[in-house]
Design a protein around this ligand. Sequence first.
Ligand code: HEC
Ligand code: HEC
Length: 134
Amino acid sequence: MKINRKILIIAALSVPVTIVAATTNSTPPDEQYTNLKVLPKNIAPKDLKKIMINDFEDGLGVGCNFCHAEGKEVGELDFASDAKPEKNIAREMMRMTLGINKKYLKIKHPMIGAEGLVVTCNTCHNGVPFPDGH
Ligand code: HEC
Ligand code: HEC
């Protein structure tokens, strides 16, 4: 009985601690995102945001919701969800873009969003989602 009470007290005490940890944003970067398959899993939030805004939104001339599905709340997006096919097409496009840079342009360690890329989303898309005009 004594042990059980101790556990209860520890459990009760640990609740405010986790809330504080969440609000002070002490979560390590590698636990921020749950569904990255092409980008590095431990990518810094500012680097991911730069890619989503500069390379994807501006490169294709679309909003976040072109690739990201609606969340549970109205007007909210579920960024980790793969429900929209455009997201997986974008992953294939990322792999293709990395492949072109590596194979034909001899970039050693190509990374989406990196300065050193020669061919980017924008090279083909140039601000439109369907560069072939269909
Ligand atoms: C052209 C498609 C496209 C657009 C537009 C886009 N994204 Fe993404 N986003 C992706 C893909 C693809 C991934 C997954 C990348 C991977 O698997 O490595 C992703 C991943 C993410 C993630 C990580 C989710 C997780 O937990 O795994 C966040 C957050 C995110 N996007 C936010 C945004 C925001 C904010 C915008 C608008 C400013 C945006 N995205 C626009 C395609 C897009
Ligand atoms: C070498 C040229 C090229 C590059 C580089 C490129 N794309 Fe594309 N992309 C295309 C073409 C062409 C289409 C149209 C394919 C079709 O109609 O089947 C397309 C289609 C897409 C679509 C699907 C639109 C739809 O709904 O059918 C998405 C999403 C996309 N690209 C994202 C990206 C992203 C993100 C990048 C950068 C990581 C990228 N693309 C880089 C040529 C390119």
